[in-house]
Ligand binder design. Structure first.
Ligand code: NAG
Ligand code: NAG
Ligand code: NAG
Ligand code: NAG
Ligand code: NAG
Ligand code: NAG
Ligand code: NAG
Ligand code: NAG
Length: 711
């Protein structure tokens, strides 16, 4: 864009005007040179660092339409007030020039992203900002987009161009002109920006952990690059051991970088993301969970951490030496890193929301239960948290170390049972051997170690410790359909459930006799399949998620709890099947998501992260993107206000009119009230309904008051 700026200037300027322009620039250069001499710092500053004496905000009106957006005017706000020429220099140090109203249209997005800065209380209504112009005058713009020529010595914030491109699944420009170097304690990190945010990837948050040792916060010194994706934690991918034991890195996305002086009130809420993958696979580098769109649209700072997997993360072998929960220690270490360092990246350590999907949500649940995480986070979001039937049970009903040890039998599997020093034997075992053991010999659950966890579950009834923070919990409607899809079909529900029982190692066939699962008329095999999906979905995720919400509300062990169910999903390309896609119709050749299809596990992730187009997927019916906008607006509102109902004034200030209309149609999303608990059905249009699956959950032995008796 900067070369475009130059060519437009050259073409639209007569020769004499150009001379004046060049002379002016030379004069600017002299003044800039003088300013440089009297600058406080005598150090030579690399171009990537200069300008950082000011807070910087990427001005991006992100409607998630990626390359198809009409909101195309972007900028970088240099917040410190500077004379025109110094502002000009600050833009140059970012590899940009002053934003030029003759090149980009103010009303194509910049009006929204700038007005939002006023909504944040950073500026008064009459504030003006330096912008560029082809002539030799010093021009400023206000919130209404009105220009005025001002005395060049006036000190104003400035708007620079933003030429960093959109990145996507297959394209990212990390060239040095987009680098930025940020000081953080005794360390400096070089990250880069794309169109949405600054991205610092592969930040080490713990020293390389010893195998079967806890992690601890890494306080680095010197300079490190933070551009490339880090190693993932060692995992079994298609029978290959992929990744490294030295994997405790985090990725960080931010739309805002504070200056040298950090202003507490300007810091943003932090999303702390834990990926799913059964605690045996997963990585922060999942392109579907790229946080760039979320942070741009939601104005938060996002941190995703790698945590150790399988036997490296979860093996417990005895109660003194190998006590498990190493991955939980990684999560706590990540949260401690956030407490210490996130302010340098614009994040507020006093407003951290932990959020996870699937096993990541189980991580959130364990953190809610853990005293070691006390005070390290302030809100929680659990998407599709496994809980209920075995094998999901042990993600939430923690076992003793002895139970866990005998369940996995890892010592036996690697011939360490008779070793005089079992720890040494396990540490000497080849990493790939430990990774590639059969699935039932790969530990993947938290345990009661009396350090990270002290009881058999989250104490929602108030009988024990709980980190009491506002919480959101929910599922997709047909979680299990993707897992059950490949299995044989039956025309007899008992027989179908008998097969599932053998997989779950638990007899659940009795459900077939309950009227709660009576079969509707129609295709019998499909009706049996649907009932099987319902039993499995309820029994492994939904019922006890709802029971968790109910008891937490009843006993006020969490200050507020919001329940949801995704009834519009978009399965990620790497975890889908034809069942999880809406039917193709003549009107909707890409799928009509308002017709029936299975709303599969993980089908909310790319909607929550706003990554549909980033992955190269289409908006199937024209409503996926508006829906994804609304979901991000709910989630971000929760991170800002602990309430998923976005403030209408916020939506107006940002120009988020789709969501504004949607919430006026859907009404308020209420907290779970024990007398009449409701959940939010997230779809287009969303609505609130009484808790579903009451009779079904009761028939499965997981009634709403399950925790009243269990804990
Ligand atoms: C920004 O300009 C667009 C196009 O004129 C308009 O639709 C939108 O409402 C404006 N935003 C605000 C906050 O006024
Ligand atoms: C540790 O394990 C041993 C042997 O299994 C047992 O006797 C002991 O009571 C356990 N100690 C604790 C604190 O759990
Ligand atoms: C354990 O010992 C058995 C018998 O000696 C051997 O077959 C097996 O390969 C060993 N396993 C490992 C992981 O070393
Ligand atoms: C379904 O199968 C079970 C066990 O094989 C059998 O007892 C039951 O009668 C069958 N139900 C129907 C409706 O055929
Ligand atoms: C089974 O569920 C699917 C997906 O919700 C739905 O399209 C279909 O109509 C259901 N079939 C029966 C027989 O209930
Ligand atoms: C899908 O998996 C492949 C291979 O693991 C990976 O390279 C790719 O990034 C994944 N794509 C998405 C969209 O997750
Ligand atoms: C869920 O979505 C399907 C379309 O996929 C629709 O038929 C059904 O009515 C929706 N459920 C609710 C509660 O609105
Ligand atoms: C990613 O961006 C590149 C460069 O702009 C573009 O050529 C490509 O089509 C984009 N891919 C997707 C999936 O949008």
């Amino acid at each position: 864009m900067s070369s475009k700026v130059k060519s437009v200037i050259l073409h639209s300027t007569s020769k004499s005007e150009l001379n004046i322009y060049l002379l002016t620039m030379i004069r600017y250069k002299i003044i800039i040179f003088l300013y440089g001499l009297i600058g406080v710092s005598g150090n030579t500053v690399s171009p990537a660092v200069a300008g950082l004496d000011s807070a910087l905000t990427i001005l991006k009106d992100n409607d998630l339409y990626a390359q198809y957006t009409t909101r195309t005017s972007d900028g970088i706000l240099v917040e410190a007030e500077k004379p025109f020429l110094v502002a000009h220099k600050a833009c140059e140090s970012l590899g940009e020039s002053l934003w030029n109203p003759e090149i980009e249209s103010f009303s194509a997005g910049l009006n929204n992203s700038l007005l939002y800065q006023k909504y944040l209380g950073k500026f008064s209504a009459g504030q003006q900002f330096w912008v560029g112009s082809a002539g030799n005058t010093c021009q400023a713009i206000d919130f209404k987009g009105r220009f005025q020529t001002l005395d060049c010595h006036r000190k104003l914030p400035a708007i620079c161009t933003q030429s960093a491109p959109l990145s996507n699944l297959s394209f990212v420009d990390t060239s040095p002109r987009f680098h930025i170097t940020k000081a953080m304690g005794d360390q400096t990190l070089t990250g880069y920006r794309d169109i949405n945010s600054w991205r610092f990837f592969g930040i080490r948050f713990s020293a390389a952990p010893q195998r079967f040792g806890y992690s601890s916060v890494y306080s680095g010194k010197g300079h490190a690059m933070a551009i490339d994706e880090p190693a993932r934690c060692l995992q079994n991918l298609n029978s290959e051991a992929v990744g490294s034991e030295d994997c405790l890195f985090l990725n960080l996305w931010t739309p805002y970088l504070p200056g040298k002086r950090i202003t507490k009130k300007d810091l943003k809420p932090v999303m702390f993301w834990l990926y799913g993958g059964g605690n045996v696979v997963g990585t922060i580098s999942d392109p579907g969970a790229d946080c760039g769109n979320f942070v741009a649209r939601g104005d938060v700072v996002c941190v995703g951490i790698n945590y150790r997997l399988g036997n490296f993360g979860w093996l417990a072998a005895d109660n003194t030496t190998i006590t498990g929960n190493y991955a939980l220690s990684d999560m706590v270490t990540g949260l401690k890193w956030v407490q210490k360092y996130i302010k340098y990246f614009g994040g507020d350590p006093a407003r951290v929301t932990i959020m996870g999907e699937s096993a990541g949500a189980a991580g959130v649940r364990a953190l809610l239960a853990s005293k070691t995480a006390k005070g390290l986070f302030h809100a929680a979001i659990m998407e599709s948290q496994p809980v209920g039937y075995i094998p999901h049970r042990w993600y939430a009903e923690y076992r003793t170390i002895a139970e866990h040890t005998s369940a996995f039998g890892v010592l036996e599997a690697v011939n360490c049972t008779s070793a005089s020093d079992k720890v040494a034997c396990l540490r000497a075992t080849d990493a790939s051997t430990l990774t590639l053991l059969p699935a039932d010999k790969v530990a993947n659950y938290p345990v009661i170690d009396n350090k990270f966890l002290e009881s058999n579950g989250l104490q929602v009834t108030g009988k024990g410790f709980i980190n009491s923070v506002p919480t959101m919990i929910g599922a997709t409607r047909d979680e299990s359909a993707i897992a059950l899809g490949p299995l044989p079909r039956f025309t007899n529900l008992t027989e179908s459930l008998a097969l599932i029982s053998s997989l779950l190692t638990q007899d659940i066939t009795a459900a077939a006799n309950s009227p709660a699962f009576s079969l509707p008329p129609g295709d019998l095999a499909e009706a049996v399949f649907n009932a099987t999906v319902r039993v499995a979905t309820d029994g492994t995720i939904k019922c006890l998620g709802l029971a968790t919400a109910y008891s937490a509300a009843k006993h006020k062990t969490l200050p507020s709890i919001y329940a949801f169910e995704f009834n519009r999903t978009y399965s990620p390309p790497n975890y889908t099947s034809s069942l999880c896609s809406p039917p193709i119709t003549p009107e909707f050749p890409l799928g009509d998501a308002n017709q029936e299809y299975y709303k599969c596990h993980a089908g909310e992730v790319i909607l929550v992260f706003g990554t549909v187009l980033r992955l190269g997927l289409p908006d199937r019916d024209g409503l996926d993107i508006p829906f994804s906008q609304a979901v991000i607006d709910h989630w971000a509102s929760f991170m800002w206000r602990y309430d998923p109902n976005p403030n209408p004034a916020y939506l107006k200030a940002r120009g988020y009119f789709n969501t504004l209309n949607q919430i006026s149609l859907s009404g308020k999303w209420e907290t779970v009230k024990p007398k009449r608990p409701e959940l939010r059905v997230l779809q287009w249009d969303s609505l609130s309904i009484p808790f579903s699956e009451g009779p079904q959950c009761a028939a499965l032995g997981y009634p709403l008051n399950y925790y009243e008796a269990y804990l």
